[in-house]
Design a protein around this ligand. Sequence first.
Ligand code: COI
Length: 356
Amino acid sequence: MLDIKVTKTDCPKQKPTDKDQLGFGKIFTDHMFVMEYDEGQGWHDPRIEPYHPFAMDPACVVLHYAQEIFEGMKAYRTADGSVQLFRPDCNAKRFQDSADRLCIPKIPTEDFVQAVREVVKVDEDWVPTFPDTSLYIRPFVFANDVGLGVHASKKYTFCIILSPSGAYYKEGLKPVRIYVEDEYIRAAPGLTGFAKCGGNYAASIKAGEQAEKIGYSQVLWLDGIEKKYVEEVGSMNIMFKIDGKIYTAATTGTVLPGVTRRSIIELLKDWGYEVVEGKLAIADVMKAGHEGKLEEVFGTGTAAVVSPVKELTWTGDTVQIGDGNIGPLTQKLYDTLTGIQWGRIEDTKGWTVKVQ
Ligand code: COI
């Protein structure tokens, strides 16, 4: 158990008064959690302190070699005014897997969850009450050694910042257009695709920017070897309902093992759907689209929640999905998942954890 020292701010910031002020990840709360790691000493000095910038040496390892990992989670305000987290132990576990891949010292699950709970508790008044909003939680670790040799750092900082947020996409729950990327790749076997590390996202930005310029919200990545099989979208996993069955890429190393992804798969199986986790060729998706068998497509992610897709374009070929509105299964998944998260539906799965 961490012995967390708490120092509260003397000058709290003005909280957003309107849902439209929120957006995603733009406003930050009054406090942050910080602790450091030094080789030989382990993680030390856990504390919650007023939100502040870091002073960094220009030769700091993370600035040059991107030795960094992060997580994305949310705290939800329920109708009775309490605040709850969603499966924080899953984020803790994934953080450890990412840490292992990036040679970063692991943080035990209990410490990770305790740190998240404590900092959310301190900034509890920042958990928004507007409909469909939450407090986005961003835990991250970065390498702090000073020097330009390419080695694992011997010093790290673990930090958690909090951001009251609304929908990730400006479209909200309205279906988005997705561009299937056929030039760049996001991951390949043996690389870091399964880890939540900044480097994966840095490498994805160019394709995302190009797609946005021509009117798409994000890109759908194909496998890095044959550019044939669907993997994931920029900020979410993706699922396809074809002829009644649900297909999604397996998490075998190149795809992020999403907490929302696994929760949605559990719900779908409970409801009797067959879920196929494996290789799905983009050519088969497009064919199903042209034959009217591509019933629904949706992304899943902490930030994106359950996000309907209305159009896919691959090498100049475009398919429209359904009638351009959110499909019934996508809507039911969104309602059920967010119902559990905001405490509107009884949590029979033990997924939610009260912060208080
Ligand atoms: C999340 O869904 O929490 C993510 O981390 C995606 C992010 C890159 C916006």
